[in-house]
Design a protein around this ligand. Structure first.
Ligand code: G
Ligand code: G
Ligand code: MN
Ligand code: NA
Length: 254
Protein backbone atom coordinates (compact mmCIF):
# COMPACT_ATOMS: atom_id res chain seq x y z
CA UNK A 1 0.00 0.00 0.00
CA UNK A 2 1.22 3.45 -0.86
CA UNK A 3 0.48 4.95 2.56
CA UNK A 4 2.51 2.22 4.22
CA UNK A 5 5.35 2.91 1.77
CA UNK A 6 5.22 6.61 2.53
CA UNK A 7 5.17 5.86 6.24
CA UNK A 8 8.23 3.61 5.97
CA UNK A 9 10.12 6.18 3.94
CA UNK A 10 9.20 8.97 6.34
CA UNK A 11 10.87 7.07 9.17
CA UNK A 12 14.14 7.13 7.22
CA UNK A 13 13.73 10.44 5.48
CA UNK A 14 12.28 12.17 8.50
CA UNK A 15 11.52 15.53 6.92
CA UNK A 16 8.48 13.90 5.29
CA UNK A 17 7.03 13.74 8.77
CA UNK A 18 5.73 17.07 10.00
CA UNK A 19 4.32 17.93 13.35
CA UNK A 20 1.58 20.54 13.48
CA UNK A 21 0.40 22.20 16.67
CA UNK A 22 -3.12 23.18 17.63
CA UNK A 23 -3.48 25.82 20.36
CA UNK A 24 -5.54 25.06 23.46
CA UNK A 25 -7.03 28.08 25.14
CA UNK A 26 -8.56 29.35 28.33
CA UNK A 27 -12.14 29.89 27.17
CA UNK A 28 -12.68 32.96 29.34
CA UNK A 29 -9.64 34.88 28.11
CA UNK A 30 -8.62 33.12 24.83
CA UNK A 31 -5.13 32.90 26.26
CA UNK A 32 -3.13 29.94 24.92
CA UNK A 33 -2.55 27.39 27.69
CA UNK A 34 -0.87 24.68 25.66
CA UNK A 35 -0.70 23.04 22.24
CA UNK A 36 -1.49 19.58 20.91
CA UNK A 37 1.06 17.98 18.57
CA UNK A 38 -0.57 16.37 15.52
CA UNK A 39 1.41 14.32 13.01
CA UNK A 40 1.25 14.89 9.26
CA UNK A 41 2.99 13.13 6.38
CA UNK A 42 3.87 14.84 3.13
CA UNK A 43 3.62 12.69 0.01
CA UNK A 44 5.86 13.01 -3.04
CA UNK A 45 3.59 15.57 -4.68
CA UNK A 46 3.89 17.71 -1.54
CA UNK A 47 0.33 17.00 -0.44
CA UNK A 48 -0.39 16.50 3.26
CA UNK A 49 -1.63 13.05 4.26
CA UNK A 50 -3.94 12.98 7.26
CA UNK A 51 -3.26 10.88 10.34
CA UNK A 52 -6.75 9.46 9.93
CA UNK A 53 -5.22 7.62 7.00
CA UNK A 54 -1.77 6.68 8.31
CA UNK A 55 -2.19 6.18 12.07
CA UNK A 56 -4.31 3.01 11.71
CA UNK A 57 -1.73 1.61 9.27
CA UNK A 58 1.09 2.58 11.60
CA UNK A 59 -0.70 0.73 14.40
CA UNK A 60 -1.32 -2.42 12.32
CA UNK A 61 2.26 -2.59 11.08
CA UNK A 62 3.89 -1.70 14.38
CA UNK A 63 5.50 1.35 12.75
CA UNK A 64 3.62 3.47 15.29
CA UNK A 65 6.42 2.85 17.77
CA UNK A 66 9.04 4.57 15.61
CA UNK A 67 6.60 7.16 14.32
CA UNK A 68 5.42 7.94 17.83
CA UNK A 69 8.99 8.34 19.02
CA UNK A 70 9.72 10.79 16.22
CA UNK A 71 6.64 12.86 17.01
CA UNK A 72 7.54 12.84 20.68
CA UNK A 73 11.12 13.94 20.05
CA UNK A 74 10.06 16.66 17.63
CA UNK A 75 7.36 17.93 19.97
CA UNK A 76 9.75 18.07 22.93
CA UNK A 77 12.38 19.96 20.90
CA UNK A 78 9.83 22.43 19.53
CA UNK A 79 8.30 23.00 22.95
CA UNK A 80 11.75 23.58 24.42
CA UNK A 81 12.37 26.14 21.68
CA UNK A 82 9.22 28.18 22.21
CA UNK A 83 9.73 28.08 25.94
CA UNK A 84 13.20 29.55 25.35
CA UNK A 85 11.44 32.23 23.32
CA UNK A 86 9.28 33.13 26.29
CA UNK A 87 6.17 31.08 25.57
CA UNK A 88 5.82 29.04 28.72
CA UNK A 89 3.30 26.51 27.53
CA UNK A 90 3.23 22.72 27.59
CA UNK A 91 2.94 20.40 24.61
CA UNK A 92 0.54 17.43 24.44
CA UNK A 93 1.43 14.36 22.46
CA UNK A 94 -1.06 11.68 21.38
CA UNK A 95 0.00 8.22 22.47
CA UNK A 96 -1.78 5.32 20.77
CA UNK A 97 -2.76 2.24 22.75
CA UNK A 98 -0.02 0.23 21.03
CA UNK A 99 2.61 2.71 22.23
CA UNK A 100 1.07 2.96 25.67
CA UNK A 101 1.24 -0.79 26.17
CA UNK A 102 4.74 -1.13 24.78
CA UNK A 103 7.34 -2.00 27.41
CA UNK A 104 9.58 0.90 26.50
CA UNK A 105 7.05 3.71 26.93
CA UNK A 106 8.41 5.16 30.15
CA UNK A 107 12.06 4.85 29.05
CA UNK A 108 11.32 6.44 25.71
CA UNK A 109 9.71 9.39 27.39
CA UNK A 110 12.54 9.83 29.83
CA UNK A 111 15.00 9.75 26.94
CA UNK A 112 13.07 12.42 25.04
CA UNK A 113 13.07 14.64 28.12
CA UNK A 114 16.83 14.26 28.48
CA UNK A 115 17.63 14.73 24.81
CA UNK A 116 15.47 17.82 24.41
CA UNK A 117 16.15 19.34 27.82
CA UNK A 118 12.41 19.88 28.22
CA UNK A 119 11.17 19.84 31.79
CA UNK A 120 8.64 17.06 32.46
CA UNK A 121 6.03 19.55 33.66
CA UNK A 122 5.82 20.79 30.06
CA UNK A 123 4.91 17.42 28.58
CA UNK A 124 1.42 16.04 28.58
CA UNK A 125 0.28 12.76 27.09
CA UNK A 126 -3.13 12.17 25.51
CA UNK A 127 -4.26 8.60 25.76
CA UNK A 128 -7.59 7.13 24.62
CA UNK A 129 -9.52 4.58 26.60
CA UNK A 130 -8.53 1.80 24.21
CA UNK A 131 -5.29 1.42 26.15
CA UNK A 132 -7.04 0.87 29.50
CA UNK A 133 -9.45 -1.60 27.94
CA UNK A 134 -6.62 -3.71 26.58
CA UNK A 135 -4.61 -3.86 29.78
CA UNK A 136 -5.79 -1.85 32.73
CA UNK A 137 -3.20 -2.97 35.29
CA UNK A 138 -0.34 -2.26 32.89
CA UNK A 139 -1.69 1.21 32.09
CA UNK A 140 -2.20 1.90 35.79
CA UNK A 141 1.44 1.10 36.55
CA UNK A 142 2.79 3.13 33.64
CA UNK A 143 0.68 6.17 34.48
CA UNK A 144 1.96 5.92 38.03
CA UNK A 145 5.57 5.97 36.82
CA UNK A 146 4.90 8.83 34.42
CA UNK A 147 3.23 10.86 37.16
CA UNK A 148 6.28 10.34 39.34
CA UNK A 149 8.48 11.78 36.62
CA UNK A 150 6.18 14.81 36.58
CA UNK A 151 4.35 14.30 33.30
CA UNK A 152 0.62 14.97 33.02
CA UNK A 153 -1.90 12.69 31.42
CA UNK A 154 -5.19 13.37 29.67
CA UNK A 155 -7.88 10.97 28.61
CA UNK A 156 -8.49 11.80 24.95
CA UNK A 157 -11.91 11.64 23.25
CA UNK A 158 -13.57 11.22 26.64
CA UNK A 159 -17.16 10.06 26.35
CA UNK A 160 -16.71 8.57 22.91
CA UNK A 161 -15.57 5.07 23.74
CA UNK A 162 -16.46 2.84 26.61
CA UNK A 163 -16.00 5.45 29.29
CA UNK A 164 -16.06 3.59 32.52
CA UNK A 165 -15.91 5.38 35.84
CA UNK A 166 -13.80 2.61 37.31
CA UNK A 167 -10.91 3.97 35.29
CA UNK A 168 -11.25 7.36 36.89
CA UNK A 169 -11.28 5.86 40.34
CA UNK A 170 -7.86 4.37 39.90
CA UNK A 171 -5.91 5.95 37.06
CA UNK A 172 -3.78 8.97 37.88
CA UNK A 173 -4.99 11.34 35.20
CA UNK A 174 -5.11 15.14 35.23
CA UNK A 175 -7.49 16.04 32.43
CA UNK A 176 -10.43 14.84 30.43
CA UNK A 177 -10.71 15.89 26.82
CA UNK A 178 -14.39 16.07 26.03
CA UNK A 179 -14.93 14.36 22.71
CA UNK A 180 -15.80 16.73 19.90
CA UNK A 181 -18.95 14.86 18.91
CA UNK A 182 -20.60 16.11 22.13
CA UNK A 183 -19.44 19.65 21.56
CA UNK A 184 -20.85 19.48 18.07
CA UNK A 185 -24.14 18.04 19.31
CA UNK A 186 -24.67 20.05 22.47
CA UNK A 187 -26.49 22.98 20.88
CA UNK A 188 -28.98 20.86 18.94
CA UNK A 189 -29.41 17.79 21.04
CA UNK A 190 -30.61 18.09 24.67
CA UNK A 191 -29.10 14.71 25.55
CA UNK A 192 -25.69 15.75 24.31
CA UNK A 193 -26.06 18.94 26.31
CA UNK A 194 -26.84 16.98 29.48
CA UNK A 195 -23.88 14.66 28.91
CA UNK A 196 -21.55 17.62 28.45
CA UNK A 197 -22.90 19.16 31.65
CA UNK A 198 -22.44 15.87 33.52
CA UNK A 199 -18.85 15.42 32.32
CA UNK A 200 -17.98 18.99 33.30
CA UNK A 201 -19.48 18.46 36.76
CA UNK A 202 -17.67 15.17 37.12
CA UNK A 203 -14.42 16.92 36.30
CA UNK A 204 -15.07 19.63 38.85
CA UNK A 205 -15.91 17.22 41.62
CA UNK A 206 -12.91 15.01 40.88
CA UNK A 207 -10.51 17.89 40.43
CA UNK A 208 -9.84 17.07 36.80
CA UNK A 209 -9.49 19.80 34.19
CA UNK A 210 -11.93 19.56 31.32
CA UNK A 211 -10.89 20.60 27.87
CA UNK A 212 -13.53 20.65 25.15
CA UNK A 213 -12.43 19.62 21.66
CA UNK A 214 -13.84 20.78 18.35
CA UNK A 215 -15.05 24.28 19.28
CA UNK A 216 -16.03 25.78 15.95
CA UNK A 217 -18.22 28.75 16.92
CA UNK A 218 -18.61 31.36 19.64
CA UNK A 219 -21.95 29.68 20.49
CA UNK A 220 -20.14 26.49 21.49
CA UNK A 221 -17.66 28.50 23.52
CA UNK A 222 -20.40 30.45 25.30
CA UNK A 223 -22.41 27.33 26.10
CA UNK A 224 -19.33 25.56 27.46
CA UNK A 225 -18.31 28.55 29.57
CA UNK A 226 -21.80 28.73 31.02
CA UNK A 227 -21.50 25.11 32.11
CA UNK A 228 -18.19 25.83 33.82
CA UNK A 229 -15.82 24.35 31.25
CA UNK A 230 -12.54 26.21 31.49
CA UNK A 231 -10.49 25.10 28.49
CA UNK A 232 -10.98 24.29 24.84
CA UNK A 233 -9.53 23.92 21.39
CA UNK A 234 -10.99 23.98 17.91
CA UNK A 235 -11.15 25.74 14.58
CA UNK A 236 -12.87 28.74 16.18
CA UNK A 237 -9.48 29.52 17.77
CA UNK A 238 -7.02 27.91 15.41
CA UNK A 239 -6.46 24.90 13.18
CA UNK A 240 -3.42 22.72 13.73
CA UNK A 241 -0.55 24.95 12.57
CA UNK A 242 2.97 24.29 11.27
CA UNK A 243 5.73 25.21 13.71
CA UNK A 244 6.40 28.71 12.34
CA UNK A 245 2.73 29.61 12.06
CA UNK A 246 2.27 28.50 15.65
CA UNK A 247 5.03 30.86 16.75
CA UNK A 248 3.27 33.70 14.92
CA UNK A 249 0.04 32.78 16.67
CA UNK A 250 1.77 32.79 20.05
CA UNK A 251 3.36 36.16 19.35
CA UNK A 252 0.01 37.73 18.59
CA UNK A 253 -1.88 39.11 21.60
CA UNK A 254 -4.95 37.08 22.67
O1 G B 1 -4.81 16.02 13.27
P1 G B 1 -6.07 15.31 12.99
O2 G B 1 -7.25 15.93 13.56
O3 G B 1 -6.30 15.07 11.52
O4 G B 1 -5.90 13.88 13.67
C1 G B 1 -6.73 12.80 13.38
C2 G B 1 -6.52 11.71 14.40
O5 G B 1 -5.15 11.27 14.38
C3 G B 1 -6.82 12.14 15.82
O6 G B 1 -7.52 11.08 16.46
C4 G B 1 -5.47 12.31 16.43
O7 G B 1 -5.47 12.03 17.81
C5 G B 1 -4.63 11.28 15.68
N1 G B 1 -3.23 11.67 15.68
C6 G B 1 -2.68 12.77 15.15
N2 G B 1 -1.34 12.80 15.38
C7 G B 1 -1.06 11.68 16.10
C8 G B 1 0.15 11.14 16.66
O8 G B 1 1.22 11.70 16.59
N3 G B 1 0.03 9.94 17.31
C9 G B 1 -1.15 9.29 17.44
N4 G B 1 -1.18 8.14 18.09
N5 G B 1 -2.30 9.78 16.94
C10 G B 1 -2.26 10.96 16.28
O1 G C 1 -8.54 12.49 18.55
P1 G C 1 -7.94 13.84 18.73
O2 G C 1 -8.69 14.65 19.70
O3 G C 1 -6.49 13.85 19.02
O4 G C 1 -8.17 14.54 17.34
C1 G C 1 -7.84 15.83 17.08
C2 G C 1 -8.34 16.01 15.67
O5 G C 1 -9.42 16.93 15.63
C3 G C 1 -7.28 16.54 14.74
O6 G C 1 -7.39 15.82 13.56
C4 G C 1 -7.73 17.98 14.49
O7 G C 1 -7.31 18.40 13.21
C5 G C 1 -9.23 17.87 14.61
N1 G C 1 -9.87 19.10 15.02
C6 G C 1 -9.37 20.02 15.87
N2 G C 1 -10.25 21.04 16.05
C7 G C 1 -11.32 20.75 15.28
C8 G C 1 -12.55 21.42 15.05
O8 G C 1 -12.86 22.49 15.58
N3 G C 1 -13.43 20.80 14.20
C9 G C 1 -13.13 19.62 13.60
N4 G C 1 -14.06 19.11 12.80
N5 G C 1 -11.99 18.95 13.81
C10 G C 1 -11.09 19.52 14.63
MN1 MN D 1 -5.73 14.32 21.00
NA1 NA E 1 -6.34 11.20 19.77
Amino acid sequence: RSTEELLRRSLINTEKLEVFYQPKVDLATSQVIGVEALARLRDDSGKIVSPIEFIPIAEETGLIIQLGNLVLERACQDCYEWNQKGHKIPVSVNISAVQCLHNDLVNTIETSMQTSGLEPALLELEVTETAFIRDFEDTLEKFHQLKQIGISISIDDFGKGYSNLTYLRRLEVDKLKLDMSYVRGMLENPRDYEIVKTIINLGQSMNLDIIAEGIETEFHRDALLKLGCQYGQGYYYAKPLPHDALLDYLNKPA
